[in-house]
Design a protein around this ligand. Structure first.
Ligand code: MN
Length: 469
């Protein structure tokens, strides 16, 4: 089924994190630092400086035996490359994978269990865990895939939850009211802990699968398989029934404790503000397993990696949701300036007057994080914010084309909301149906795209010398 899903035939995914690093290194996109970079601030400072150009590899930070990597995907093009598809196919590929999950394959003797620690666990001694931002409460595991099993059905769920190192074998974890939390409530109601595992250092496809917006009961590791067009190898944890990616660099096995809450935060989040300190859930760590010479992946808050990992799965979900009701919707984009979550651009082939405003209402219903949506015509490049602004500048009038919905649900991490309650603003920047053709005709110079600059530019010629005949 997946082979026939209309995807690129030359699919070459990177099955492991190390394969992806090889690919980045071979194309000049991996900066390898001197050994001994500081884990507190210095590592994140360097990763931030290189964000958007290169991934950062830190051998043995602070003399640690392990290494750290950050910035695995700096652009939409890198993510498409990691999945083995063209950039234009990215959302379609993600939609197809989410709709056609591929069951994982269980193996034994996995690389992620080459080294096993089950006693006297001290996380900061075992793993090079960095501290990123000025007011972070301390070292955090920011790129761990938290994998848990439904206590009733055994179906797994995967999500990234930020984890504060609270003690040698203790983590504070932020569980938003989603799927992991749903499993935990069942366990806690029975007075039981919930077994979970935190997988660190997976390939980009597995990382991206964790951000899928799919209903409860869908195992994101099966979406990882579909994204990679091959079943994901998993292995049973050494202390529980949880299955984890066999090729992960590091696995932390633990138990979410019932009736225990401890302070967690602050921590620098994707909107480039701190998530607040509050009483949060607690994980008792019972084992750490890892590859030989493990690589610890860290995501520095608000960087491109962070924004893109959130944006791409959301775009795929929002596009599918809009296209169910509006066949004229061709593409959507969550802009980076809108933190990959809050500002949506929609490309619409409008056929009915008023349709763009219905699309705006559909967009706000598609995901509660969306705060501002702009609908444009098909001649506007929605991946270029300057193009979208041009459409607003020349096709939009505020008294006629704006929609404001007050006091609706938004993102709790948007500090301008009242605990997540705020306003939506929609802008219809489309041309009226039946407008006179020349009124909105975009100027164009015939032949501009075909100009061969190598043929017409006289390299190294002094302009004065050309004046005479
Ligand atoms: Mn889920």
């Amino acid at each position: 089924m997946l082979e026939n899903a209309g995807l690129s035939g030359s699919k070459t995914t990177s099955p492991t994190l190390r394969d992806w690093l090889d690919r980045l290194a071979a194309s000049g996109r991996l900066a390898v630092m001197r050994p001994g970079i500081g884990l507190v601030y210095e590592l994140a400072a360097i990763a931030n400086r290189l964000d958007g150009t290169k991934a950062s590899f830190f051998p043995h930070p602070d003399g640690h035996s392990g290494s750290v990597v950050s910035g695995l995907v700096s652009s939409r093009a890198w993510m498409a490359e990691a999945l083995g598809v063209g950039q234009a196919e990215l959302l379609q590929h993600y939609q197809t994978a989410a709709a056609n999950p591929l069951a994982w394959r269980e193996i034994s003797g996995a690389p992620c269990q080459a080294v096993v620690h089950q006693e006297n666990i001290d996380l900061l001694k075992l793993l090079p865990i960095p501290t990123h931002n000025e007011f972070d409460s301390g070292p955090y595991i920011s790129a761990g895939l938290t994998i848990a099993r439904d206590p009733e059905t055994g179906v797994q769920n995967v999500a990234i939850h930020r984890c504060q190192v609270s003690g040698p074998d203790r983590l504070g974890i932020l569980l938003l009211p989603r799927h992991t939390d749903h499993f935990f409530r069942k366990a806690e109601a029975a007075g039981e802990p919930l077994d979970l595992a935190i997988a660190i250092g997976t390939d980009p496809a597995t990382l991206l699968s964790s951000q899928a917006i799919v209903p409860l009961g869908h195992d994101e590791l099966e979406i990882a398989g579909a994204l990679r067009s091959a079943p994901l190898d998993v292995v049973r944890c050494t202390t529980s029934e949880v299955r984890v990616p066999a090729q992960a660099e590091i696995i932390i096995e633990g138990r979410l404790l019932p009736e225990v809450r401890e302070p967690e935060g602050p921590f620098g989040e994707f909107p480039q503000y701190y998530g607040e300190r509050a009483a949060r859930h607690v994980v008792q760590v019972v084992a750490v397993t890892h590859q030989v010479n493990p690589i610890f992946h860290t995501i520095v808050g608000g960087g491109l990696e962070h924004l893109l990992l959130g944006a791409i799965p959301r775009e795929a979900t929002i596009l599918a949701s809009l296209q169910r009701n509006f066949p004229g919707v061709q593409d959507v984009h969550l802009s980076l300036g809108g933190v990959g979550r809050y500002h949506l651009y929609v490309k619409l082939k409008k056929t009915q007057e008023g349709e763009a405003k219905n699309v705006l209402l559909g967009a706000f219903a598609a995901h509660y994080d969306i705060k501002q949506a702009i609908v444009v015509d098909t001649d506007v490049d929605i991946h270029d914010p300057a193009e979208v602004e041009w459409a607003v500048a020349t096709r939009f009038q505020a008294d006629r084309d704006a929609v404001i919905i007050s006091h609706s649900q938004g993102s709790k991490l948007d500090p301008s909301t009242d605990a997540g309650v705020g306003a939506k603003m929609g802008l219809d920047a489309t041309i009226p149906v039946g407008a006179p053709e020349m009124k909105f005709k975009r100027i164009r110079v015939p032949g501009e795209e075909e100009v061969d600059l190598g043929r017409v530019v006289a390299q190294g010629t002094d302009w004065r010398s050309t004046l005479g005949s």
